[in-house]
Design a binder for this molecule. Structure first.
Ligand code: PRP
Length: 182
């Protein structure tokens, strides 16, 4: 079995940094949603499953969770990717205070697609929270709560993968170039 760490260039966000920041984000969200009956958290599979789990557990506001799965063709490297809904929500979100929970904003296409899709379903409100956003050119999208800005490199861990690997690392690391260029 390969030692995962040998394939990593450096740690970008430590486990402690991540947990501290997510607690702060949960506190901010709780303040902003004070008086709201419940938050309807929508996690975007697969990447957001770990961020969603931590954020939801720190959140002291009444909330429910649901998930959707999307995929996009030709996004990595090619900017013409189309986002496609693979698995939809189980229930309508009419009159719900929807909070989209994303792991990463890269080109911005997924967030844009989700904003468009969900705003057409008459939610009471619609906001987005993303764990990280890459420092790169992306289509103008609104992210209401952002955990961290990270360099435009291949990152893994805390939900983010390379070929489905590394998702469950408790920290975020940069992948060595030789791993994805070989
Ligand atoms: C990743 C990530 C976001 C999306 C962001 O999903 O989870 O949903 O890319 O990229 P964008 O801003 O360029 O649209 P991916 O397609 O890798 O699927 P996964 O979450 O199942 O790993």
């Amino acid at each position: 079995m390969t030692d995962l760490q040998q394939e990593l260039a450096r740690v970008l966000l430590s486990e402690e940094e991540i947990q501290t920041r997510i607690k702060e984000m949960a506190a901010q969200i709780a303040t902003d949603y004070a008086g709201v009956e419940r938050i309807y958290m929508v996690g975007i599979l697969k990447g957001a499953f770990i961020f969603m789990a931590d954020l939801a557990r720190y959140l002291r506001t009444n909330h429910v969770v649901d998930f959707i799965a999307v995929s996009s063709y030709g996004r990595k490297g090619v900017e013409s990717g189309e986002v496609r809904l693979l698995m939809d929500l189980r229930e309508p979100i009419t009159d719900e205070h929807v909070l989209i929970v994303e792991d990463i904003v890269d080109s911005g296409k997924t967030i844009q697609y989700l904003n468009e899709t969900f705003s057409g379903r008459q939610p009471a409100s619609l906001k987005t929270v993303a764990f990280v956003q890459k420092e790169r050119e992306h289509i103008p999208v609104s992210v209401d709560y952002l955990g961290f800005t990270i360099p435009d490199v291949w990152v893994v861990g805390y939900g983010l993968d390379y070929a489905e690997r590394f998702r469950t690392l408790p920290y975020v690391a940069e992948l060595k170039k030789e791993v994805y260029t070989k």
